[in-house]
Design a protein around this ligand. Structure first.
Ligand code: AMP
Ligand code: MG
Length: 419
């Protein structure tokens, strides 16, 4: 007689996240790619500026470059104009006692220490009368005011936004050192699953999670291999795991991780590697499987370790969405080489009441209303995918906590969780 498997202990969201993230370290493998193609990639090395920006003292006004003391020493506000300096031209040093006509972005000549804007001057012939006494440095952007040569402008671990690409380009970087993309294999199990475009037989449902999860992985910049629906048979599941383990960093599945589920994912991963089944005190969510699948002999640069990580998500559409955002997202971003992966939360006012406290940590779908408070989606069932499209994010409601109207709650916007 076999003894029943003991029920896994309940973990808090924080405990489960800490355990999961402690297993993740950045993948090896970097490449140098054109800055123009580097959007959303993660830097594997610091970007150090080889120059000062701006590279010289520049005028930030159309006007006249002068030596401020010249006005005081000879009491004469009428100066001969000794040169004309458009942007992009190297000036001569300023002749003492003269002014130089200068334009926005042009190099301030040696010997000048202030710009007087043209509105505060009167030009007549080859002379200009200065109607204002400038402080030294006025309307001059000093060399290196934005960036100093030798400084780190983008540290390793930065994900490249459009602004970051612009900054790298501003110091002349044509190529950037980035980590290769994280390779993720994904597959789905469940005899009820049907692809859109196929007729829906009695008892069947559409495989919506395939679309959600693939989209989420692609938004994170992963290189995704989608094995689609794998027949619910032990041999087929093991064969898919073995194949996927070869050239991927992570295998992600969805469905069949509930306690007592008759499913082949759990025994297949146990046979091909190792698996821990977690019960997390969260809603939606709860079951999550974490482990690894052994890799066959040869290890390449793209697959240098002996194992590929495995994460099994619950099948309910909102549960798989939420557990992806809260667990898979930071795990993948750590593999990708990012340093900060925790989403920033907002403190917002609840414009609703939720009388019933749940013993689990709830992640409630809510949206920001016109008054800046939060409205709650009326149906918080983990099967109601509508809530994820209606909402702007998740309220992180601690266990055993009812929400009263007007109370400040912790809100994690989807904008923080979807990239
Ligand atoms: P499971 O985690 O396999 O027990 O599934 C829980 C619920 O999620 C069941 O109602 C499944 O039909 C549903 N489900 C599982 N996989 C998917 C999927 N890929 N797309 C949509 N619903 C799914
Ligand atoms: Mg299932």
């Amino acid at each position: 007689m076999s003894t029943p498997t003991p029920r896994a202990p309940m973990l808090s969201t924080a405990e489960a996240l800490a355990t999961l993230l402690s297993a993740a370290s950045p993948i090896t493998g970097t490449e140098s790619i054109p800055t123009l193609d580097a959007l959303n990639r993660v830097l594997s090395a610091d970007v150090i500026s080889p120059l000062d920006v701006p590279p010289m003292n520049t005028s930030s006004m159309d006007g006249y470059a002068i030596h401020a003391d010249d006005l005081a020493t000879n009491g004469n506000r009428r100066l001969p104009v000794s040169q004309r300096i458009p942007a992009g031209h190297a000036p001569e040093p300023l002749k003492p006692g003269t002014a130089a006509r200068i334009f926005t972005g042009a190099t301030v000549p040696r010997g000048a220490d202030a710009i007087v804007m043209q509105e505060q001057t009167e030009a007549a012939g080859n002379e200009v009368t200065i109607l204002h006494s400038p402080a030294p440095g006025e309307w001059i952007t000093a060399q290196g005011a934005d960036i100093r040569s030798g400084s780190v402008i983008l540290p390793a671990g930065t994900r490249l936004t459009p602004q970051a690409l612009g900054l790298a380009a501003s110091v002349g970087c044509a190529e950037l050192q980035v980590r290769r993309r994280v390779k993720v294999a994904v597959f789905f199990t469940g005899d009820e699953l049907t692809m859109p475009g196929e007729p829906l037989k009695p008892g069947a449902i559409y495989n919506s999670n395939r679309f959600t999860l693939r989209g989420l992985l692609e938004k994170l910049g992963c290189d995704v291999t989608d094995y689609g629906i794998v027949p619910d048979k032990l041999d087929a599941t093991r064969a898919t795991l073995r194949e996927a383990a070869q050239a991927h960093d992570l295998i992600l599945t969805c469905g069949g991780v509930s306690v007592g589920e008759e499913d082949h994912v759990k025994p297949a991963v146990e046979a091909e590697g190792r698996l821990s089944m977690w019960q997390i005190a969260m809603k939606p969510g709860k079951p999550l499987a974490f482990g690894a699948v052994r890799r066959a002999a040869q290890q390449t640069d793209a697959a240098p370790s002996a194992e590929t990580f495995f994460i099994g998500l619950p099948g309910n559409p909102v549960s798989s969405f939420a557990t992806f955002l809260l667990f898979v997202r930071p795990f993948v971003l750590l593999l990708a080489g990012m340093r900060t992966v925790a989403p920033r939360a907002l403190s917002l006012r609840a414009d609703f009441t939720q009388k019933k406290a749940d013993r689990r940590n709830e992640f409630l779908r809510a949206r920001i209303n016109a008054a800046g408070g939060l409205d709650l989606f009326p149906n918080q069932s983990s099967a109601v995918l509508t809530s994820t499209v209606w909402g702007d994010g998740l309220i992180d409601n601690p266990p055993n906590h009812a929400i009263s109207v007007g109370e400040t709650v912790r809100f994690i916007p989807f904008s923080e969780l979807l990239n």
